[in-house]
Design a protein around this ligand. Structure first.
Ligand SMILES: C[S@@+](CC[C@H](N)C(=O)[O-])C[C@H]1O[C@@H](n2cnc3c(N)ncnc32)[C@H](O)[C@@H]1O
Length: 281
């Protein structure tokens, strides 16, 4: 039986989701939100969406229930070698400069923030190998973080269908992946070795502390879902996560134009990116 989702309930949910995940839910998407929440309400046998929110706020098992709900609220769309213009700048300019600066004994630390099912993190590992950077054991650490535990499980598994390879050709896939039956390819061990995944919510404080300073961060195609305040909170975290002199790439549709944090803006043909200056003003 369909359960109503009143204006008042929608507003309370939208406020909570903005606070917890940073997501913007405008009133025009009320029906979509209702259908996303419905499976968890029904599974718990609750008689209203207010009751579901109460459960998520106060129930002793609210942490586990939040983990179950988040995958219903996120868009995990991702694929290998997405937004090639940025990858060209990273491979052609930033990785060589970083390799020269760190020298033979250094470790390059790269972060895929909002990594979803892992395609971006593995793309970065492949990019470094393909161009001959950081091949020695321990010379590269790629970390993928996301708020969606189910997406992280798939990232850990590292097995992908053909859809994830829509921006790459067969030769590229054959070089870095092993076939696993029908329409499935597994990341090769050498690509997998420098990559780790961890849970993190980009709009909550302190997610960066366990990672150590990052030389390069890709945080792409997540801020489009954030409200203004969440963009600011996430941008502060990304600044903290970056080593001084480190670089940040957002998605093509995203920008930090209205964010009062002293990132330097850099432009190249086909790419725009930010840098945390060596000495902040
Ligand atoms: C569209 S995917 C982007 C994946 C990848 N960065 C790319 O560009 O291909 C967006 C991801 O952002 C994650 N996400 C949404 N809100 C988040 C938050 N507050 N903290 C961390 N990750 C979040 C979602 O779980 C989802 O996996």
């Amino acid at each position: 039986m369909a359960v109503p989702f009143s204006d008042e309930e929608f507003r309370t949910w939208a406020e909570w989701l903005a606070e917890e995940l940073g997501h913007r839910w405008g009133p025009e998407r009320r029906e979509i939100l209702r259908t996303r929440l419905e499976p968890r309400r029904a599974a718990l046998g609750l008689d209203s969406f207010d009751a579901l929110l109460f459960h998520l706020r106060f129930h002793p098992e609210r942490g586990a229930e939040r983990e179950r709900l988040v995958p219903h609220l996120t868009n995990n769309e991702s694929y290998f070698c997405r937004e090639q213009g940025s990858l060209d700048v990273i491979a052609g300019e930033l990785l060589p400069a970083l390799a020269a600066r760190l020298g033979p004994g250094g470790q390059a630390r790269v972060l895929s923030a909002a990594c979803s099912t892992g395609e971006e993190a593995y793309t970065l590992s492949i990019l470094a190998r393909e161009h001959g950077f950081f091949a020695a054991p321990g010379a590269l650490r790629v970390t993928g973080v996301d708020v969606d535990a189910r997406a992280l499980e798939r990232a850990e598994a590292g097995v992908y269908s053909g859809h994830a390879f829509r921006a790459t050709d067969d030769a590229w896939r054959a070089r870095w992946f092993d076939p696993r039956g029908d329409d499935a390819w597994a990341v090769r061990p050498a690509v997998r070795a420098p990559v780790r995944f961890a849970a993190a919510n980009l709009v909550q404080d302190g997610w960066w502390t366990a990672l150590g300073p990052q030389h390069l961060i890709l945080c792409r195609n997540v801020m489009i879902y954030f409200d203004e305040n969440a963009v600011l909170r996430a941008a502060r975290g990304l600044w903290e996560a970056l080593a001084p002199g480190g670089y940040l790439f957002l998605g093509h549709a995203e920008s930090l134009r209205h964010v009062p944090i002293p990132f330097e803006l850099h432009r190249r043909p086909g790419a725009l990116f930010y840098r945390r200056p060596l000495e902040a003003a």
